[in-house]
Design a protein around this ligand. Structure first.
Ligand SMILES: Nc1ncnc2c1ncn2[C@@H]1O[C@H](COP(=O)(O)OP(=O)(O)OP(=O)(O)O)[C@@H](O)[C@H]1O
Ligand SMILES: Nc1ccn([C@@H]2O[C@H](COP(=O)(O)O)[C@@H](O)[C@H]2O)c(=O)n1
Length: 227
């Protein structure tokens, strides 16, 4: 038997607040893999559009500008980074203004083509393997991933988790905003949020985060052992 650990590509998709980022980072750290937050890349391009005065309600304007920003992602799961034109964008991309506009920007086909190419090149360069999380990783970005996971959770559980992060936030408003963003992401024409046919669905509603992490680590180890 060889001592070499096989490289593995893991795709983790699902709606907002299901635990994709927390799970993916922890699984990548536990298994010595790289980690890519693709939502951060769509947020970064949205932030660039807003700060450069591009009308995010105008798909043609977004398409024309989509090749301009230089977006770079650092893939260390213990310290992931995101820069736009060399500037640290990790704070501004989490602003409410970006969250409310990101679905419109990410629906533009030219944006998706550009960001998908970037994601594929990052995954290809990850020597030991990578956990890539998003909405269309298993269906479009990495259809040949070794393991595909689709995380779900009830809107109530997801809203409670998000409200717990933001002081003074209203549960009903948070729940409605999550549902609205998921509906936009699921109904766009180009590579919508969807479960790949060969993805393993994990309902996290009644699971703690450590339980979800353990479940995914086990699934990755089983895949590696079978390679
Ligand atoms: N199983 C769980 N039980 C309780 N809390 C959880 C669980 N999974 C994640 N969380 C918490 O829920 C919040 C949202 O998780 P996370 O950011 O990982 O979700 P996400 O799917 O990446 O969301 P988004 O797509 O909006 O970025 C975080 O505060 C996280 O700690
Ligand atoms: N593969 C992906 C990942 C994300 N998006 C879009 O980005 C938004 C923000 O994602 P977060 O995970 O940071 O919440 C998301 O709502 C999608 O509009 C995407 O299209 N494809």
């Amino acid at each position: 038997m060889s001592d070499t650990v096989e490289s593995v590509i893991v795709a983790i998709d699902g709606p907002s607040g299901t635990g994709k980022s927390s799970t993916s980072k922890a699984v990548a750290s536990a298994l010595g893999l790289s980690y890519l937050d693709t939502g951060a890349q769509y947020r970064a391009i949205t932030w660039w559009m807003i700060t450069n005065g591009i009308d995010v309600a105008d798909p043609d304007a977004i398409a024309s500008a989509s090749g301009k920003p230089v977006i770079e992602s650092g893939t260390d799961p213990s310290a992931p980074t995101i820069t736009v034109d060399g500037l640290d964008a990790s704070g501004p991309i989490r602003a409410q203004d970006v969250t409310s506009k990101v679905s419109a920007v990410s629906a533009v086909p030219e944006v998706r083509t550009r960001i998908t190419e970037l994601q594929r090149s990052i995954a290809k360069a990850a020597e030991k393997g990578i956990v890539v999380e998003g909405r269309d990783i298993g269906t479009t970005v990495l259809p040949d991933a070794d393991l595909k996971i689709f995380l779900t959770a009830s809107p109530e559980a997801r809203a409670a988790r998000r409200s717990g992060e933001i002081k003074g936030s209203d549960l009903t408003t948070t729940r409605e905003a999550l549902i609205k963003r998921d509906a936009a992401d699921s109904s766009r024409k180009t590579s919508p949020l969807a479960k790949a046919d060969d993805a393993v669905e994990v309902d996290t509603t009644d699971l703690t985060l450590p339980q979800v992490i353990e479940c995914v680590v086990t699934l990755v180890e089983e895949k590696r052992a079978a390679k």
